[in-house]
Ligand binder design. Structure first.
Ligand SMILES: Nc1ncnc2c1ncn2[C@@H]1O[C@H](COP(=O)(O)OP(=O)(O)OP(=O)(O)O)[C@@H](O)[C@H]1O
Ligand SMILES: [Mg+2]
Length: 310
């Protein structure tokens, strides 16, 4: 039994007599509309090209970054994708739905800037709290909140599943906009609010057994959202990939077998990304950025392609 099969057996996915990993795929995806490996054309069809597109009349594309375990790079990628998409001509709003309030640091915004938490508790509108992000994008931070305020907000959101949808709708966004939502790790009200409005869910993982072992839980968390009309597309991104590490590459292969598709997508580990965070700088501005820059651009192009097919 190879490395991958052994690992999948450990995780309860015996694929030893299932060369293509079909059972694991069926188990995991059930009804999840994940890509089946069919090449996805980044350019619209001839028919679509012949139709004038009135972006102002269309709805924005909403992308939610999620994971069950923490520290995998959701906030980092939310920041880099916001910059990357804006550079490619999108109008981006990054929304921090994590009470940890980390996006302000990634974007170099003052931690005392007003954010979603207190503004929502005061029933004020979100327009007033938009901050300038990188290369013309905008950011809505979570802002500083204490434990009691966080508890109040959580209780409210639990009873109002349309909370985020209503607030985004009040921003009067249209087809020119892409909203990138950062979420806290795990099963929480913010995860469900974000996924409930998402057109695309990016599941961020690392090439390790901890991330691989969360996929069952993720299946359960995403399942109710995938039953709705206009269910979100789910993509898996392995972040901080180290190609010089044989174990990491084995783990990517394990993900691939588990997902049964050409996915996961990959973003390489790059010190320039960690350094950008330390200085609140745009990671895509770094001259030292190597493969991760190409990975992020590729991800951005995929998101734009998805948006053009909404
Ligand atoms: N591709 C990458 N290359 C190098 N370092 C990275 C990369 N992606 C993320 N990191 C580093 O990993 C650490 C965790 O990243 P980040 O805070 O974005 O994770 P997170 O999933 O948002 O964590 P949390 O669960 O705390 O919200 C940071 O120090 C960040 O600089
Ligand atoms: Mg984070």
């Amino acid at each position: 039994m190879g490395f991958t099969d052994g690992l999948l057996v450990l995780l309860g996915q015996d694929v030893s007599r299932d060369a293509k990993g079909l059972n694991a795929r069926l188990h995991f995806f059930g009804n999840i509309p994940v890509d089946d490996g069919t090449p996805f054309s980044p350019t619209p069809s001839a028919h679509a090209r012949s139709q004038p597109v009135d972006k102002a009349a269309r709805r924005p594309c909403v992308v939610a970054l999620v994971s069950v375990n923490g520290g995998v790079g959701r906030s980092t990628l939310a920041t880099a994708l916001s910059s990357g998409l804006q550079r490619l001509g999108e109008t981006v709003i990054a929304v921090d739905l994590d009470p940890q309030n980390a996006l302000q640091m990634h974007f170099g915004i003052s931690p005392s800037s007003p954010g979603i938490g207190l503004t929502s508790l005061r029933n004020a509108r979100w327009e007033t709290i938009q901050q300038p992000g990188f290369v013309g994008s905008r950011v809505i931070t979570f802002g500083d909140t204490d434990m009691r305020q966080q508890d109040d907000l959580q209780r409210w959101l639990k009873h109002e599943p349309d909370w985020l949808a209503q607030r985004l709708s009040a921003l009067a966004l249209n087809g020119r906009h892409t909203v990138i939502i950062d979420t806290p790790a795990g099963n929480n009200v913010y995860f469900h609010q974000a996924v409930s409005v998402a057109d695309v869910v990016l599941v961020i993982a690392q090439a390790d057994a901890a991330s691989l072992g969360t996929l069952d839980q993720l299946d359960g968390l995403l399942a109710p959202h995938l039953e709705r009309e206009r269910a979100p597309r789910v993509h898996f991104v392995i972040n901080q990939l180290d190609e010089d590490n044989a174990f990491s590459l084995d783990m990517v292969e394990s993900f691939r077998q588990r997902l049964g598709t050409k996915e996961p997508l990959e973003v390489h580990r790059d010190m320039a990304i960690s350094e950008a965070l330390a200085f609140g700088a745009d990671p895509l501005d770094s001259q030292a950025l190597t493969m991760a820059g190409d990975d992020i651009n590729e991800l951005c192009r995929l998101l734009i392609a998805r948006k053009n097919h909404l």
